[in-house]
Design a protein around this ligand. Structure first.
Ligand SMILES: CC(C)(COP(=O)(O)OP(=O)(O)OC[C@H]1O[C@@H](n2cnc3c(N)ncnc32)[C@H](O)[C@@H]1OP(=O)(O)O)[C@@H](O)C(=O)NCCC(=O)NCCS
Length: 174
């Protein structure tokens, strides 16, 4: 059984994270940006997914009152399409719910179909477009929202997605 662990992202993880970041994003964040995000003690949720001592992916959110904004998500190319992002989002949504979050937003490049497919599964729907949002690629960004994640209907959605991602046994540690 492959055990996927989801843990709080730490500064010492940034070397592995930056390797993934530089491969998967056309406009990667710098290590300094991650360092400053991790230095904020409040209003941020950053987690990494691990297979043994190899980082498989990471996810981040900014949280203000009952709203959260996904700042980043990535899965290392070797492990894409095996449910890692799904598992990270389920884990994060459950934590955000514990924190009192009700609505979640994100931006995604208009041509990033894989990510949009993933987000739609979690009930995110496009609400607006930011023209030429990404400076390097010139891509527009879709702004997507998932509203009322504290509803019974959304809890059912998370349970169904968890059942599908159950090929991994997830150990959560804080
Ligand atoms: C988007 C990303 C995070 C998805 O991670 P992942 O761990 O591969 O995702 P999952 O395995 O949980 O996929 C869940 C669903 O998302 C959709 N999806 C994921 N990758 C896809 C692809 N290459 N093509 C089409 N749909 C895809 C599918 O609906 C998939 O379900 P399925 O495999 O049952 O069809 C990953 O492709 C990635 O790191 N991309 C580069 C960084 C990035 O674009 N981040 C998002 C920025 S907004």
């Amino acid at each position: 059984m492959v055990v996927l662990r989801i843990e709080k992202l730490r500064r010492r993880d940034l070397r592995q994270l930056m390797r993934i970041e530089n491969i998967v994003f056309p406009e990667p964040w710098s290590a300094a940006v991650f360092t400053s995000e991790l230095a904020l003690r409040k209003g941020r949720l950053y987690r990494a997914a691990w297979l043994g001592d190899q980082m498989a992916g990471y996810i981040g959110f900014m949280v203000v009152d009952d709203e959260a904004h996904m700042t980043t998500i990535a899965t290392t190319p070797d492990f894409q399409r095996s449910g890692i992002a799904t598992t990270m989002i389920i884990d994060a949504m459950r934590t955000l719910l514990e924190w009192g979050v009700r609505h979640v937003s994100l931006e995604v490049a208009a041509n990033n179909q894989p990510a949009q497919n993933l987000y739609r599964r979690f009930g995110f729907a496009p609400v607006s477009v930011r023209k030429n949002y990404y400076p390097v690629t010139g891509q527009d960004a879709l702004v997507m929202w998932a509203y009322d994640i504290d509803s019974g209907e959304y809890a059912k959605r998370l349970d169904e997605l968890s059942a599908r991602a159950a090929a991994f046994e997830i150990a959560r540690r804080r």
